[in-house]
Design a protein around this ligand. Structure first.
Ligand SMILES: NC(=O)c1ccc[n+]([C@@H]2O[C@H](COP(=O)([O-])OP(=O)(O)OC[C@H]3O[C@@H](n4cnc5c(N)ncnc54)[C@H](O)[C@@H]3O)[C@@H](O)[C@H]2O)c1
Length: 443
């Protein structure tokens, strides 16, 4: 296609009225996200790390010099139109929860106290069977899981009405649940799933009940943790049938983000890999939950998958066959949210000569995750207004273990993910896609 042959614009409903952002879990990530949005609205902070707020998108040829801001290019909800709601097993307001999380300075939180104190979590759907290290009092009761789902559905409708929202999105930012395989009979189709809700099957974790309630309410659902949640055939099909966009899993923030930046570079240069050893120390509540082997297993699966997919050992056996990949997370309270992630990478080059790379990333987990929450909320709302439904693969950019259609493998390379995301936006606005291959047009 030539630059002159423009695609048709896709019809996108305007971002009119209030957007309710419903957060499951009001912990470190959620409160850092909410406080950040309030700080930006108050003019005391910049939205650093957010593609929707700071990113640009090139259109047409490089010589056209046409690079608008993403937020001016596609119709996104304005930050002033966001209303927050949340569920948590602890009754603390967003202000108290943020103070407890200890991510943001007290001085900053003091300036945001009024809006943060207003956000009080609704009672959670929770069961210690799925998150062993936590117990709280702000928890719903119901005869069975279907009844709990119905309570969520009623609350969602009530929230929308009370806050006069025109649209809602839901983001799972609650604790990582225990590992569950995705092939249980209860997940196969919606009839089996609903029966399992009614019979209180152990296969149905709380995160699935939220996802079900969101989809049934027509609310887009993004999963920021590695637990299955919406990533089961029954719920993906329900999302398609109900015209609801869904995405997940597991925010790609610290160590895995670095991995998906570096691994494509090593592969591009055809440098071999003997092993990649990753370890973390982390002292927040997430670290405490992940100290339970069953929750860690869920996280481990999510973190391990990226290298295999990027390096393609089947295509490059001399370089990547049988490399060793180890991931550890150690709960170490003194560090709080300030995670330290070490990587030792054993590579080899010309004539098999060995080299090493060491990374020591002293990061802040929730500072990295908060802008991702914002982007996902805004892009999922955009997707729904553009009538996109089912799995939103173009949002793989944000996830460690991106959801894909069953016949596809996930794309993990951060740069390919970004290209896919921006091309989806170009497609939505009838602009020519940029693959960097059509050099005759762009040079
Ligand atoms: N921060 C990051 O960089 C990052 C990256 C990837 C994934 N994540 C995931 O995001 C999630 C949130 O991380 P965090 O640091 O905010 O953890 P956190 O422990 O501070 O917050 C999680 C909150 O969820 C609540 N909760 C647990 N189960 C619930 C349920 N069923 N319903 C409602 N609330 C529930 C907990 O009480 C807690 O307040 C975790 O699963 C974490 O693994 C975080």
């Amino acid at each position: 296609m030539t630059a002159e042959e423009r695609l048709e614009d896709i019809e996108i409903a305007p971002a009119k009225g209030k957007l309710g952002v419903l957060l499951v879990g009001l912990g470190a990530v959620s409160t850092t996200f909410i406080a950040g949005v309030e700080a930006i609205k108050a003019g005391i902070a910049e939205p650093i790390g957010s593609l929707t707020q700071m990113g640009t998108i090139r259109l047409g040829k490089r010589t056209d010099n046409n690079t608008p801001m993403i937020k001016d290019f596609v119709p996104l909800a304005d930050l002033n139109d966001i209303v927050f709601g949340a569920w948590d097993i602890f009754p603390d307001s967003a202000y108290d929860a943020a103070m407890h999380a200890g991510v943001l300075e007290k001085d900053l939180l003091a300036q945001l106290k009024t809006p943060l104190q207003k956000i009080k979590p609704m009672a959670a759907v929770f069961d210690t069977h799925y998150v062993k290290r936590l117990s709280g009092t702000n928890v719903k009761e119901g005869a069975n899981k279907m009844e709990l789902a119905q309570q969520l559905i009623d609350e969602i409708a009530d929230f929308k009405r009370r806050n006069k929202c025109t649209r809602l999105v839901m983001v799972w930012a609650a604790s990582t649940e225990i590992y569950q395989k995705g092939d249980h009979a209860a997940y196969r189709n919606i009839n089996a799933f609903e029966k399992a809700l009614q019979t209180n099957s152990k296969a149905i974790a709380p995160s699935m009940i939220y996802a079900y309630a969101a989809i049934k309410s027509g609310v887009p659902f993004a999963n920021g943790a590695p637990n299955l949640s919406v990533d089961v055939p029954a719920l993906v099909k329900l999302a398609e049938d109900m015209n609801v966009p869904v995405c997940g899993k597991d925010f790609k923030t610290g160590q895995t983000m670095m991995k998906t930046i570096l691994a494509p570079g090593l592969k591009s240069r055809l440098l071999g890999l003997h092993g990649w050893y990753s370890t973390n120390i982390l002292g927040n509540r997430d670290g405490e939950v992940l100290d339970d082997p069953e929750s860690f297993k869920t996280k481990e699966e999510s973190k391990l998958s990226v290298l295999e997919h990027i390096l393609q050992p089947d295509k490059y056996p001399q370089l990547y066959k049988d490399f060793s990949h180890v991931v550890r997370i150690n709960y170490y309270p003194p560090r709080g949210d300030n995670k330290e992630g070490w990587d030792n990478i054993d590579i080899f080059g010309w004539l098999g000569y060995k080299m090493q790379i060491k990374i020591d990333f002293l990061c802040r987990d929730s500072i990295l995750a908060a802008p991702l929450c914002l982007d996902l909320a805004l892009f999922m709302d955009l997707a729904q207004r553009a009538k996109m439904k089912g799995i939103q693969e173009w949002l793989s950019f944000y996830f460690k273990a991106p959801m894909t259609a069953p016949e596809l493998y996930p794309e993990h390379d951060l740069f390919i993910q970004l290209m896919k995301l921006k091309n989806t936006l170009r497609y939505l606005r009838g602009e020519e896609l940029i693959t960097h291959l059509g050099l005759e047009y762009y040079d």
